[in-house]
Design a protein around this ligand. Structure first.
Ligand SMILES: *[C@@H]1O[C@H](CO)[C@@H](O)[C@H](O)[C@H]1NC(C)=O
Ligand SMILES: *[C@@H]1O[C@H](CO)[C@@H](O)[C@H](O)[C@H]1NC(C)=O
Ligand SMILES: *[C@@H]1O[C@H](CO)[C@@H](O)[C@H](O)[C@H]1NC(C)=O
Ligand SMILES: *[C@@H]1O[C@H](CO)[C@@H](O)[C@H](O)[C@H]1NC(C)=O
Ligand SMILES: *[C@@H]1O[C@H](CO)[C@@H](O)[C@H](O)[C@H]1NC(C)=O
Ligand SMILES: *[C@@H]1O[C@H](CO)[C@@H](O)[C@H](O)[C@H]1NC(C)=O
Ligand SMILES: [Zn+2]
Length: 896
């Protein structure tokens, strides 16, 4: 049976307050005064440390003789026999301290008092401490890089979600908002940044050391996880006093921040208008860091980024890099209002802020780059990703129970595809049927759930209240497949499960039924939308003759669609004769639905494959990418079997016209296509043509790469094409090409270029080189910790590296878990990435054995990814055995 973590994690009521991961509700912080002094040089014991002190003024709302405050890995200095000093903010003295100690498991500093704190009074708690400025990417941490051969150390922070307590003792829960007064002592010549603007800098000497003291404007009242601090040798790119972009000095002088700066003003403007609320702070800083765990973090007023996500250089970066920069900046800036100004009470509703930021990031970036069709691209980046995870019996509802998400690793785990991508998809659906309500829904945080939508005449627009409709999508996992029978007009819905035999043992109060908005067209003409309120419904969607119906136009609803055979056939006829009559998003969606319905045994797999035939005439990106993503699964399942050859032959046949098309419109690859998505599809054309052996493709990429090897200082390959050309050339080449790519990686001046080379290195067919590359991932001098996961996953994506990568993980799990397991994304991505192609009994046994043998080490944030991997492997095995013959026959017939 499938482990459902929402059952597994139920915790018993602990005996003592300090055993409970949640703070009691008797004390509330008002204001912190924090002073920190990071040392950017090692001390006598070879450690990097920071020292500091902190005062927190808090209010007592319920009488108590116990103070619990978060503190983790800090070494508190003793004062008067105790770890803290407590004073009262009034005439009456504070009760005396009876004892202080650390509770390591729940990460509390526990202060037992001799008397009671009185309700309504305020007190001040003072601590002094030493912490390690480790390179663990959590809390106040250390990042390093080289500039002109000199090693530079950066002190930076990642407080989200539960690491502020590793920097100073604090009430580290999102609802415990307070004002933070931050002061930093730092090495002369470095810049110190924090959430507020610098209001005073002073050069002085402390304990015989020359330092600069920077004091910051007090923050707004905010959650501790939004706090940020960076101390770095840097200069800004400045737009105005209020908007600054920071990075390594060299990156700034090379102009890598110019695009980000240019975007920021426009995107802030868009959101001010969208939210009808001015930007809430006095300044906006954004900074790129050499080592960073997440893609970016929305610290209020000081957003931190991975370098790849902030830098753009027109001569080096691809259009995909540019798009990523635009959407990530928009995502983080969207949080400056929603997430920071309006904060969640607790992490169980994370999907609201992350799903919303993901959804509106496409709107904000679209405003800044209106020619890119960004609003369509959310389909691939998020909706398809969400469908994939949410079709498993091990999925979870968007919203969790508050008491099920308490421990730090549980908190990390909810920052997943469901929160981000399904959240975005469901909110996009809501905004489609009710444009204005979505803002209300957010800004008032569900308060308007009872809102009944009416038009200006008072006509009721929705069958139920917004809250009643949304509950179905938010409180139960999964989504429906809506089926229309155009002979009878019967419309019906059913919980869609990729594996129809998987066991859903999580009960749903709505019995896996949804309230579904269904927009549709008949033979290309839009019709009046209907609501599917129950399991089945008799609709007007009947057809005669060649007429076809198409549901879920532009994929505005979070569901899949199935049709009766006759209608499928007519849709395919339409696609094969004139595909333009079907909206481009739906051309992509027909393919994606068909392949997934085929996986779920709702339609024959050969019908799914039939949806790829029209591609011979298709040049648009979305349908192609959707088909390639789906065929990718077939490749993974069959790349070590006999089916593979005819599959390659079919793909070669389909991609050849596209390859010719791009050769033609780029005048023999000398120009760049105009459209943003055409540029993407050009990459597809080259990638697939080269990997399936279309005449002239490998020669083309090898030629470019050879030219580059001859003149390393002058890369002739267009930035858009680099990923695919590097990979193709390294795959076709040997040690010489690999060594060259490795050397170029060492000298890459921008992180996105380094990423492309890092991926290409995983493309080699030489297992010796792949093994060497794997060992590099555990050596931070060769591969940064932040990149280790993606390198291992990429090696596993290469058929030659698949078992090597898996063996590597099983052998090194203990080490990987302890050294790399601090945060959230990386471990679960590692497990799901490396096991993606698993489809044999032997691989399943290995997975189960891995789970058993490492139970003592644990899997942390990868626990549910591991269970999903086991479920997926079983489903793959079954699928392969059931479909191999039909697929083989289809490809053999069509490849000819
Ligand atoms: C402090 O010293 C640094 C480096 O010595 C210098 O660049 C800076 O201008 C000084 N700042 C003030 C406020 O004097
Ligand atoms: C409101 O009613 C008027 C008069 O019946 C009609 O012309 C108009 O189209 C209606 N508005 C909407 C939004 O339905
Ligand atoms: C679907 O999206 C396209 C853009 O790709 C847009 O032009 C069209 O109006 C949309 N159609 C519907 C029914 O929303
Ligand atoms: C797929 O297409 C072929 C050729 O057009 C057709 O003979 C076959 O019936 C189709 N398969 C399905 C399941 O519709
Ligand atoms: C190439 O482009 C020319 C002019 O745009 C066009 O006439 C021709 O049909 C194209 N050929 C292919 C194979 O796309
Ligand atoms: C590419 O093809 C040309 C002509 O067929 C040939 O001269 C050249 O050596 C080939 N280049 C590579 C790198 O294989
Ligand atoms: Zn976010």
């Amino acid at each position: 049976a499938v482990q459902l973590r929402f059952k597994a994690v139920q915790t018993q009521t602990p005996a003592a307050l300090w055993e409970n991961y949640r703070l009691p509700d008797n004390l509330l912080p008002d204001v912190y005064y924090v002073t920190l002094w990071p040392r950017l040089q090692q001390d006598d014991r070879g450690l990097y440390i920071f020292t500091g002190n902190s005062s927190v003024v808090f209010r007592c709302v319920k009488e108590t003789d116990l103070i619990l405050i978060h503190s983790n890995k800090l070494n508190l200095t003793t004062a008067g026999g105790h770890l803290v000093r407590l004073t009262a903010i009034s005439d009456a003295p504070a009760p005396a301290i009876s004892s202080t100690r650390m509770e390591v498991t729940t990460q509390y500093l526990v202060i037992q008092l001799n008397g009671k704190l009185k309700a309504g009074r305020s007190y001040e708690l003072f601590t002094e401490f030493i912490g390690e400025l480790a390179d663990d990417l959590a809390g106040f941490y250390r990042s390093e890089y080289f500039e002109d051969g000199v090693r530079k150390v950066v002190a930076t922070s990642q407080m989200h979600p539960t690491h502020a307590r590793k920097t100073f003792p604090c009430f580290d829960e999102p609802a415990m908002k307070a004002v933070f007064h931050i002061t930093v002592l730092h090495e002369r010549g470095t810049v110190a940044l924090s959430n507020g603007i610098e209001i005073e800098t002073l050069n002085t000497t402390v304990d015989g050391t020359a330092v600069t003291i920077t004091r910051f404007e007090p923050t707004q009242r905010m959650s501790s996880y939004l706090l940020a601090l960076v101390i770095m040798f840097t200069v800004p790119t400045v737009f105005a006093v209020q908007i600054r972009i920071w990075a390594r000095r060299k990156a700034v002088t090379d102009g890598h921040c110019a695009y980000a700066l240019n975007l920021t003003g426009r995107i802030l403007q868009f959101f001010e208008d969208y939210y009808k609320f001015p930007y809430p702070l006095s300044k906006s800083d954004q900074i790129a860091l050499p080592d960073f765990y997440f893609g970016a973090m929305e610290n209020w007023g000081l957003v931190t980024y991975r370098e790849t996500n902030l830098f753009y250089d027109p001569l080096i970066s691809s259009n995909a890099n540019k798009e990523k920069t635009a959407t990530i900046i928009a995502h983080e800036l969207a949080h400056m209002w929603f997430g920071n100004l309006v904060t969640l009470k607790w992490w169980n509703e994370v999907w609201l802020i992350e799903g919303f930021a993901t959804y509106v990031s496409f709107l904000g970036a679209d405003y800044a780059e209106p020619t890119w069709n960004l609003k369509d691209l959310i389909i691939l980046d998020n909706l398809h990703k969400a469908f994939a995870v949410d079709a498993l019996a091990s999925s979870r509802p968007l919203s969790s129970k508050e008491e099920d998400i308490t421990r730090p690793e549980q908190i990390s785990e909810v920052f997943d595809t469901i929160s981000y991508s399904k959240g975005a998809s469901v909110l996009r659906m809501l905004s489609d049927f009710l444009t204005e309500v979505i803002k209300c829904y957010h800004v008032k945080l569900m308060l308007c759930g009872h809102f009944q939508a009416v038009d200006t005449n008072g006509t009721v627009l929705l069958p139920m209240t917004v809250g009643e409709i949304m509950d179905r999508w938010v409180l139960q996992m999964g989504f429906p497949v809506v089926t229309i029978n155009t002979v009878t007009g019967q419309l019906s819905q059913k919980h869609f499960l990729l594996d129809p035999e998987s066991l859903v043992d999580a009960p749903s109060q709505f019995d896996y039924e949804w309230i579904v908005p269904v927009n549709w067209m008949k033979s290309g003409v839009e019709q009046t939308p209907v609501w599917l309120l129950e399991r089945t419904f008799h609709s007007e969607m009947k057809t005669v003759g060649e007429d076809w119906v198409l549901l879920n136009l532009n994929l505005t609803g979070h569901y899949r669609v199935n049709y009766n055979v006759e209608n499928w056939e007519r849709i395919l006829n339409q696609l094969n004769s004139n595909h333009q009559a079907v909206p481009v998003i739906n051309r992509a969606q027909i393919v994606d639905d068909a392949f997934n319905l085929g996986r779920a045994k709702l339609i024959p797999v050969s019908l799914a494959l039939n949806t790829t035939k029209f591609l011979a005439k298709e040049t648009a990106y979305l349908p192609w990418q959707s088909a390639l993503n789906n065929l990718d699964y077939f490749c993974l399942m069959f790349d070590q079997t006999l089916v593979y050859e005819s599959m390659q032959a079919y793909l070669r046949k389909q991609i050849t016209p596209l390859f010719e098309h791009f050769r033609n419109i780029t005048t023999d690859w000398t120009e760049v296509p105009d459209g943003h998505t055409d540029q993407y599809n050009q990459v597809n054309a080259i990638r697939v043509a080269c990997s399936t052996g279309v005449d002239g493709c490998q020669n083309l990429t090898a030629e470019w790469f050879t030219q580059w090897m001859q003149h390393p200082e002058q890369n002739p390959i267009h930035p858009n094409l680099r990923s695919t050309v590097y990979c193709s050339a390294v795959a076709a080449g040997g040690a010489k090409e690999w060594d060259f790519a490795w050397e170029m990686l060492q000298t890459a001046s921008i992180a996105s270029e380094a990423d492309k080379l890092m991926s290409a290195l995983a493309c080699t067919k030489d297992t010796g080189l792949l093994e060497r590359y794997l060992t590099f991932t555990l050596d931070p001098m060769k591969i940064r910790k932040q990149d280790a996961t993606s390198v291992i996953v990429q090696i596993a994506g290469n058929v030659e590296g698949r078992s090597l990568a898996w063996n590597f993980i099983t052998l090194n799990w203990r080490y990987i878990f302890t050294e790399y397991g601090v945060g959230s994304f990386s471990l679960s991505k590692l497990i799901s990435g490396v096991t993606r192609a698993f489809s044999t009994q032997c691989q399943l046994d290995q997975l189960l054995q891995f789970k058993e043998q490492n139970a003592d080490v644990g899997f942390g944030s990868a626990s549910s990814a591991l269970d999903q991997a086991i479920e997926k492997t079983r489903a793959n095995m079954k699928w392969v055995s059931e479909n191999q013959r039909e697929i083989r026959d289809w490809f053999r017939a069509e490849a000819a």
